[in-house]
Design a protein around this ligand. Structure first.
Ligand SMILES: Nc1ncnc2c1ncn2[C@@H]1O[C@H](COP(=O)(O)OP(=O)(O)O)[C@@H](O)[C@H]1O
Ligand SMILES: [Mg+2]
Length: 280
């Protein structure tokens, strides 16, 4: 547990303005791997109900940033607040911070659902068993309640008829929809998606994006790393374009995608649109 130095406080907020408080506030986030400076001062604010798409070339730090938000990586500098809570750090004395222990981090992480490029389902559990695992083990929800909620979630992702299928008996798109249901089962405040359709055959991408679009319409707060430009344009409220560990450009989704201001954004979008998401 290393000391983190001086505490930067988040900007003071007006009393009674809680509806406008950000759900996520990342301030000057830095992360290095050995001497490789991967995140070079990322700032991001996401309000409740907002959908933010994170675009950028391979290696620009998108995955690392998501992993910092849910504390799979310790920050080297900066702060991340989720729902007002400082993530992964505690104040040991006024202005002195240190990294939380694994158990405390796990408790904070429960509030955040994450969906990965690879579906990461438990292979020896059925779809239903995958979904009820965390609510029962972590939240001590009764089996009857966990099953009832899981059935509802399977219905929501269009898999009401597959509760007893094992991952190997499901297509990639179906497995990814189970993974989304599994994340939702913990009733997270925030959903993180890391290229959720990149590992899928092209004909299976649409069914996963459809589920994500419905989640967005229901008001789920989402940060989505994706190369699906049409999804970002149509579903995201805001697009953030990252390159080489910095935010190059951000703004309303349609504005950034239809009319990028920065040359780097323009080149990236052109390349993705020409080559298709799989080639980016
Ligand atoms: N655990 C790690 N150890 C060392 N280098 C890493 C690690 N994770 C990521 N990197 C490096 O950080 C950079 C950004 O990676 P990543 O966040 O995965 O980018 P993106 O998701 O935008 O493709 C890459 O150069 C990658 O090799
Ligand atoms: Mg990545």
């Amino acid at each position: 547990m290393s000391e983190m130095g001086q505490l930067d406080r988040p900007p003071a907020r007006a009393e009674g303005d809680s509806a406008r408080d950000p759900l996520v506030e990342a301030i000057n986030v830095h992360k290095s791997f050995h001497r490789h400076h991967v995140l070079k001062g990322i700032d991001l604010v996401v309000h409740p109900g907002e959908v933010v798409c994170l675009l950028g070339p391979s290696g620009s730090g998108k995955t690392t940033f998501l992993r910092c938000i849910n504390m799979l990586e310790n920050l080297d500098g900066g702060r991340i607040f989720v729902d007002g809570e400082l993530m992964g750090l505690e104040e040991t004395a006024p202005g002195r911070l240190r990294h939380l222990g694994d158990q405390q981090k796990a408790a904070q992480r429960r509030e955040i659902g994450m969906v990965f490029q690879r579906f990461n389902l438990f292979p020896h559990k059925t779809a239903l068993e995958n979904i009820i695992e965390a609510p029962m083990q972590v939240k001590r929800v009764s089996k009857a309640q966990a099953v009832a909620e899981a059935e509802q979630l399977l219905d929501q992702v269009g898999l009401a008829d597959k509760p007893h299928h094992y991952p190997s008996q499901l297509s990639g798109g179906q497995q990814q929809r189970v993974a989304i249901a599994r994340a939702l089962a913990m009733k997270p405040k925030l959903m993180l998606f890391d290229e959720p359709t990149s590992a899928l055959d092209p004909e299976l991408v649409g069914e996963v994006l459809r589920v994500m679009r419905e989640l967005a319409e229901q008001g789920t707060t989402m940060i989505v790393v994706t190369h699906e430009i049409a999804f970002a344009r149509d579903v995201a409220d805001r697009v953030v374009f990252m390159d080489d560990g910095v935010v190059v450009e951000e703004g309303p989704a349609r504005e950034v995608i239809n009319n990028p201001r920065q040359e780097r954004t323009r080149q990236f979008l052109q390349r993705v649109l020409e080559e298709g998401p799989a080639a980016s």
